[in-house]
Design a protein around this ligand. Structure first.
Ligand code: SF4
Length: 447
């Protein structure tokens, strides 16, 4: 992304026509949003390439003030986590260039501190504006983890006796690419915004500002006092870190995948389409068995092969809290088209590889949702009577052993339903089972 130079002219505004700011008179949020709009306008980014992620709090009202840009209003403290997901999906999966902006207050920043730290460590491209007015404004002016010492709030009526955290120091220590602290009264505020938006990775700007409803009357605060508050609390102002040389996450990820991160894929030959698939429509699969019997990794192997064959997949896993006992289950969609919804109401394929798996299928209602056309593969030891015409009892556990029973059943069902070519299914069996693959192939392809 190219940063605008100070002499570049303002191209447009992203605000709705005749924008009315909903904040109390003199609230610093209005100034923050004006500076944000100016910074975005100077960049002249198309509106559809901007995602604004807002947190709970008065600043969260910003969504409705902008026109055409993407907006996501999130739960308290989690805006950075949502932004991380959006940024990674956009850069890593789609290879696009979305400009992600986070608006969060001091309360949300401290509630979701780990999300900020992690986004900084990953160096996901985004600009986080932390609007620090020292209180939870929306809920009545309670103190936050960034409330200065001696500050009077609803929860510290005699003055705060706890030194506040230095958020910028935490983010600098988390290797953030760009960190700055400013105030709404600072003449350098626009320039700091410009530099933050020029950062190719994670950029955070903590903006000290006024909550005129709660912080100002109780502390006789003015805008000119904000810099003094920073000084009293040991908070440095200005650009505190600017490390342009640190590569953003998606760049390092692409490099890792290109070099050494794919030995497993190469090993079993799924890095390119093994054999052309003939799948005409989406197929939903529920695979159930026992913990420790490679249920979820079998589903993953099928998914990897499907991806390598040019198909779209989703996989959702479930198991009890106790990882090594009870059931293990995977829900999989495989489709020639993008998958918009990952829920499974009427499965096309169900596999029950063990008693524990069958019990779980019954308790979650999967058995009741089976239709006449569902391919239902079960271990022959299980007592199942279904209305489906395609109930296939197989010697999964006895012939293949407990650790390959789920995979054997899955491959048999996929063969029956023509999900992937037999050559690809055989490749999965060989990769996962080694010498036992022949037994599996004999069973699968005689279905
Ligand atoms: S309560 Fe405080 S933060 Fe909220 S709009 Fe009013 S002045 Fe701004």
């Amino acid at each position: 992304m190219n940063a605008p130079t100070p002499t570049q002219t303002r191209q447009r505004s992203y605000f709705v026509d005749n924008v009315q700011f909903p904040f109390c008179k003199g609230c610093g949020h209005t100034q923050v949003l004006r500076r944000l709009d100016e910074a975005l306008s100077a960049l002249n980014t198309p509106a559809e390439q901007i995602a604004l992620v807002t947190d709970i709090g008065c600043i969260g009202l910003a969504d409705g003030l902008f026109r055409d840009i993407h907006t996501v209003h999130t739960t308290h403290g989690r805006s950075t986590a949502f932004a991380t997901g959006i940024g990674l999906a956009d850069r890593v999966l789609a290879g696009k260039d979305l400009r992600v902006v986070v608006l969060i207050g001091d309360g949300g920043a401290m509630i979701g501190l780990q999300h900020l730290v992690h986004a900084a460590m990953l160096n996901v491209p985004m600009t986080v504006l932390i609007c620090n007015n020292f209180v939870y404004g929306m809920t009545g002016g309670q103190g936050s983890g960034l409330t200065p010492e001696r500050f009077i709030t609803a929860t510290t009526p005699d003055g705060n006796i706890t030194p506040p955290a230095d958020l910028c120091a935490i983010l600098t220590g988390s290797n953030a690419q760009f960190v700055a602290r400013t105030t709404t009264s600072d003449t350098n505020f626009p320039d700091i915004m410009r530099r933050a938006f020029a950062s190719p990775g994670f950029a955070a700007v903590e903006i000290l500002e006024l909550c005129t409803e709660y912080a100002v009357p109780k502390n006789e605060l003015t805008g000119k006092m904000l810099a003094g508050i920073a000084e009293q609390n040991g908070w440095a102002l200005g650009v505190l870190r600017e490390n342009a040389s640190r590569a953003p996450f998606h760049v390092r990820y692409a490099e890792a995948v290109r070099t050494s991160a794919t030995p497993k894929v190469r090993e079993h030959g799924f890095s390119s389409a093994p054999h052309a698939h003939q799948l005409a429509g989406p197929v939903s699969i529920v695979l159930a068995g026992s913990a420790g019997e490679r249920v979820q990794s079998s589903a993953a192997a099928l998914c990897e092969a499907a991806i390598a064959s040019g198909l779209y997949v989703t996989q959702k896993n479930d198991n009890p809290v106790t990882q090594g006992s009870g059931f293990s289950l995977s829900e999989v969609w495989i489709s020639p088209e993008p998958i918009q919804y990952t829920g499974i109401e009427r499965p096309d394929i169900v596999v029950a590889a063990s008693e524990a798996g069958l019990r779980e299928l019954t308790s979650r209602g999967t058995m009741a949702s089976v239709s006449d056309d569902t391919v239902f593969v079960v271990d022959e030891s299980l007592a199942v009577s279904m209305r489906t015409r395609k109930l296939l009892p197989l010697s999964l556990r006895k012939s293949l052993g407990p650790k390959d029973a789920a995979l054997g059943g899955l491959l048999a069902a996929c063969h029956e339903k023509n999900v992937l070519p037999d050559e690809t299914l055989a490749l999965i069996a060989r990769y996962r089972m080694g010498d036992r693959a022949k037994v599996c192939e004999g069973m699968v392809f005689s279905v």
